[in-house]
Design a protein around this ligand. Structure first.
Ligand code: PEP
Ligand code: MG
Length: 759
């Protein structure tokens, strides 16, 4: 096998492992084989006593596993970890740092190659190769090891977290410390509830090992799932008759017979009888077979591993569905999923939702925005949280800090409940500001609007006293359905929202799908979805969808006359002109040919693509209003995917370059006298809102849950002060400096900040 094949095999193998010891054994065994080395060992950092511990080895004495422990900086392993770089030695025993352990049996090995395993800038451990011969390992061998460590660090971190959690579960409540996972704080507040996993089919490897007291019931569930899959296979085979060759069709029969009692099915039944749940038994049997196939010499048989895996996932899907139906939902739900989107909200009662945690995504992903709109504490990008293990468990979601706590001690839980109470008092207090006119202390009038999209957030929007809806994301109702809504269905949805807010204006943005908003019934597979087919681009390519939406919007506004229509993702004037022309055409048809009594709505465009920043004058002279989408503008200006937790630290709407772009937009809009607002999430952050005020913006649109917090600060400052502060902030070198500078200047005007409780 060549190096690439070896790497691929190792990664695939590791992905089928279900525990930390399994992951580590696979790594040392496979690396040992791929490198033809005499010894391969892995050491991991033990937080409790701050030592690197030998966790798995191929070549050294097995009895020394868990016993060889090196303090930080001690021995060659400690040195590799401390320096965070590989160490490649011909004569390890001559190195001043060499530490001799009698029990390990390594005195005969002279050469040493140690590579750090680093995950999110943290050293998790060290992977070591050793040889008897006195020779330095070759540069290619070192590169191979570095690749393995870099690629596998995530899997190791994940397996570590899973293992830690199982230990806590068996230790029982109150006997040990809690488990804390860190993600990105995405919607403020504290939520305490029980985990409901989003109905996304889980990976076989992430199914936790679970035991049952009722094997008969599990067996029945399993048999039902098998029967459904067999039926699927038969139907599929019939459907493909005439399209596939007879050999290919025969494969379906092979799959069906694999599920029989004398094959995989029987093995699983035996495992269930021994006490495992159906899901757990099925996953372990299938993974074992997948591994066996992957190790086969014959390439054809090796390929069959993916067939077995596919079959495994299909049965698992049915098992999960049956499980979902059986389970009553908890009273307080924390929704947890691998990569949550608003679509998942369709499956749960939103009024019982108290927290949201997504392993992927960041604070400006659309799930986070929906979390804020609903006022539900949300944490995104909790990458290492083993979600399957947490199903049904109590979880505390700290939307202020991004911490997610399971198995909380009583003291910690009490502290969180106390914080929830303080928060409720604060919200009640803020409510008093609802009808206070929006004016700075030096008499400058500003307007605070809301961003909406869900029916659930209308009540909160009204309660916030917003002057208007600055952004209604029409794609959200589309996301919660299983097919495109008809024109009449759309009219009903839009009408309800227009009526709720009338006579206040409602800015309906036309469909902005693509990016991280995929309609389940209109999937878009792209390499770079944020740079691809998105927003207005899709609408113009599908006038049949766009025109239906425009007609529905216009019809819904009849007699209310509070509609404004806004176009997203404008990156050139031709798009704007075509979009506006289609709107005018629909208006003409409805009024002149179909007799509707409609007032032409105000038409606007979003400024959220850098190209638009340089054409604000041209855009502004074609429309009635413009709204700056700082979420996308920030991602495109800084080249940082708003949805990627790995680069979330770089995503910064207060980056001086973003501030300069915002200033330029404001200045250009003034010259053409076009109404301007900001509807990106930065408007909902009190400090950023003061920055926007200082830049000249007076219309800010945000989640309803943020509005009164923003108002509270803006009522206390003067426009002059905001302006002076921003003029200084514009010349600072990065976003962190801007935050420090603005925070300390505004400190005297702010309420108490939320400090982390879980440290
Ligand atoms: C934005 O990009 O700032 C915006 C408001 O639109 P969305 O978040 O829906 O992309
Ligand atoms: Mg946008």
């Amino acid at each position: 096998m060549n190096i690439l094949d070896s790497l691929r095999t190792i990664f695939q193998e590791v992905n089928t492992a279900r525990s930390l010891p399994e992951v580590l054994t696979i790594i040392v065994t496979e690396v040992h084989a791929a490198m033809g080395a005499e010894v391969c060992s892995v050491y991991l950092f033990d937080e409790t006593d701050q030592h690197y511990v030998l966790m798995a080895t191929k070549g050294l004495r097995q009895q020394s596993i868990g016993k060889v422990r090196l303090a930080m900086g001690q021995g060659l392993v400690g040195l590799v970890a401390a320096k965070e770089e590989p160490l490649n030695l011909q004569d390890a025993d001559k190195h001043p740092k060499f530490a001799y352990f009698e029990e390990i049996g390594e005195e005969i090995y002279h050469s040493f190659l140690g590579v750090p395993i680093i995950h999110h800038r943290k050293v998790l451990g060290v992977l070591v190769l050793q040889q008897q011969a006195e020779r330095r390992f070759a540069a290619e061998e070192e590169a191979f090891m570095v690749t393995v460590c870099a690629q596998l660090s995530g899997a190791i971190a994940h397996a570590e977290a899973t293992g830690a959690l199982s230990k806590l579960a068996s230790a029982g409540r109150g006997q040990s410390k809690e488990a804390i996972f860190h993600g990105i704080a995405s919607s403020p507040g504290v939520g305490i509830g029980r985990v409901v996993l989003a109905q996304q089919t889980m990976d076989l490897a992430s199914v936790p090992e679970r035991h049952t007291s009722d094997p008969d019931a599990e067996m029945q569930t399993f048999r039902q799932a098998l029967a459904s899959v067999k039926q699927d296979m038969r139907n599929l085979g019939v459907g493909l008759e005439g399209k596939l060759s007879s050999e290919e069709l025969a494969l379906f029969n092979v799959y069906i017979s694999m599920l029989d009692d004398d094959s995989l099915g029987g093995e699983v039944i035996e495992t269930i009888k021994s006490g495992q749940t159906a899901q757990s038994a099925w996953s372990s049997v299938i993974l074992k077979h997948v591994r066996t196939f992957r190790h086969m010499e014959d390439p054809y048989l090796r390929e069959r591993a993916s067939d077995v895996e596919g079959l495994g996932k299909r049965v698992l899907g049915y098992l999960q569905q049956t499980d979902e139906k059986k389970k009553p939902l908890p009273r307080r739900i924390v929704l947890v999923g691998e990569n949550l989107s608003a679509t998942e909200l369709a499956d749960i009662p939103v009024d019982r939702l108290v927290g949201i945690v997504s392993l992927k995504g960041a604070s400006n992903s659309h799930m986070a925005i929906v979390g804020r709109a609903l006022g539900i504490p949300t944490v995104m990008g909790a990458l290492d949280m083993p979600c399957a293990e947490l199903e049904g468990k109590e979880l505390i979601v700290d939307g202020f800090t991004g911490d997610v706590v399971s198995h909380a001690t009583r003291t910690l839980k009490r502290a969180y409940i106390q914080r929830q109470r303080e928060e409720q008092i604060l919200i009640k207090d803020l409510q008093k500001l609802r009808d206070v006119p929006c004016q700075t202390i030096d008499g400058f009038d500003f307007s605070l609007w809301v961003n909406t999209g869900l029916r659930h957030d209308n009540i909160q929007s009204l309660r916030s006293g917003a002057d208007a809806v600055g952004l209604f994301r029409t794609e959200i109702p589309f996301l919660l359905r299983s097919s495109f809504p008809t024109e009449d269905e759309q009219v009903a949805v839009y009408r309800e929202h227009l009526e709720t807010f009338a006579p206040r204006p409602v800015t309906m943005r036309t469909l902005d799908i693509g990016g991280d908003k995929d309609l389940p019934y209109f999937p878009i597979e792209e390499e770079n979805p944020f740079l691809g087919w998105r927003g207005i681009r899709i609408s113009l390519d599908h006038p049949e969808i766009f025109l239906v939406q425009i007609r529905a919007l216009l019809r819904a506004s009849e007699g209310l006359n509070n509609l404004r229509i806004m176009l997203p993702m404008i990156s050139n004037l031709a798009e704007l002109d075509s979009g506006l022309a289609l709107i005018r055409r629909a208006y003409k048809e409805l009024t002149e040919e179909e007799g509707y009594q409609l007032k032409m709505p105000a038409l606007g465009a979003m400024i959220e693509v850098p190209a638009a920043v340089y054409q604000v004058k041209e855009i502004g002279s074609r429309v009635d209003f413009m709204s700056v989408g700082t979420n996308d503008l920030t991602q495109y200006l800084l080249a940082v995917d708003r949805n990627n937790p790995r680069v979330a630290d770089l995503y910064d709407a207060l980056h001086p370059s973003v501030l300069r772009a915002l200033k330029s937009i404001y200045d250009q809009a003034e010259t053409v006298n076009c109404q301007l607002s900001v509807c990106g999430e930065m408007a909902g952050d009190p400090i950023s809102a003061v920055v926007l005020l200082g830049l000249g913006y007076k219309n800010l649109s945000m989640s309803a849950s943020s509005l009164l917090r923003v108002k509270s600060l803006m009522l206390k400052v003067s426009r002059k002060m905001a302006n002076d502060l921003v003029n200084d902030a514009l010349s600072l070198s990065d976003g962190a400096e801007v935050v420090d500078f603005m925070s300390s200047a505004l400190e005297p005007y702010r309420q108490a900040k939320n400090k982390p409780l879980s440290k």
